[in-house]
Design a protein around this ligand. Structure first.
Ligand code: HEM
Ligand code: HEM
Length: 160
């Protein structure tokens, strides 16, 4: 079991945070573009819709690299003082996030490139679920940092 996240794991964690923020900001544009294509109006996928599609594929690739590193290098043990129930919630939240980071783009690819219109709702619902897990994750990180006093944020800081 490793003592700390590696440099590359930390860089990938924050790169995915930035990419995901963009995914939610430009998701309406891809929704509009998809609707215009599905109803065979003039093809009007603009820059933002393209960013959603290729930014989402980048999330998929980085998530697979992260999963590979997670399985090969591992992750540090949760802090000793963390109650067992929170350890369990954190573990499930992390794996849930990883699963969604793979599943959401795959469903998106099915919608956009496969023309499976019906999967659009699933894609959106999974996107909402990911937001819930991210909210839980951030709340957990802040609870650790400021209530339990474990200085957990240092784990995801370069050079800490
Ligand atoms: C898009 C938003 C985010 C996603 C998808 C995300 C995802 C993840 C995942 C999957 C892990 C587990 C890594 C592993 O053990 O393999 C993790 C760890 C971590 N994240 Fe995030 N994260 C996000 C935002 C944040 C933010 C905003 C913070 C800071 C407030 C944060 C702080 C941390 C910390 C401190 C860890 C290490 C936790 C530990 O070792 O127990 N994350 N993150
Ligand atoms: C983790 C990455 C992704 C996230 C978080 C995400 C998130 C979202 C969200 C929240 C929506 C709903 C937008 C709305 O209606 O307001 C959406 C729509 C859409 N996304 Fe993604 N997306 C991701 C990756 C992808 C990828 C890789 C593709 C295609 C290759 C894609 C294609 C689409 C399409 C076509 C829609 C419109 C679906 C419809 O209106 O029925 N997404 N996305």
């Amino acid at each position: 079991m490793t003592q700390a996240y590696s440099r590359i794991q930390i860089i990938l964690h924050w790169a995915v945070v930035v990419l995901l923020a963009a995914q939610y900001l430009n998701s309406e544009a891809v929704g509009d573009a998809f609707e215009s294509i599905a109803h065979s109006e003039a093809y009007s996928a603009g820059l933002l819709a393209g960013l959603h599609v290729y930014g989402g594929i980048a999330v998929l690739v980085l998530a697979l690299v992260r999963l590979g590193l997670r399985l090969v290098i591992g992750a540090p043990q949760p802090p000793e003082e963390e109650p067992d129930i929170l350890k369990r919630i954190a573990r499930w939240t992390h794996w849930g996030i990883y699963a969604l980071l793979v599943l959401i783009p795959l469903v998106g690819i099915g919608v956009w490139f496969g023309g499976i219109e019906a999967a659009g709702e699933l894609h959106e619902a999974l996107g909402s679920l990911l937001l819930v897990l991210i909210g839980l994750h951030v709340a957990g990180a802040l609870f650790h940092q400021f209530i339990l006093g474990t200085n957990i944020l240092a784990r995801m800081r370069l050079g800490a």
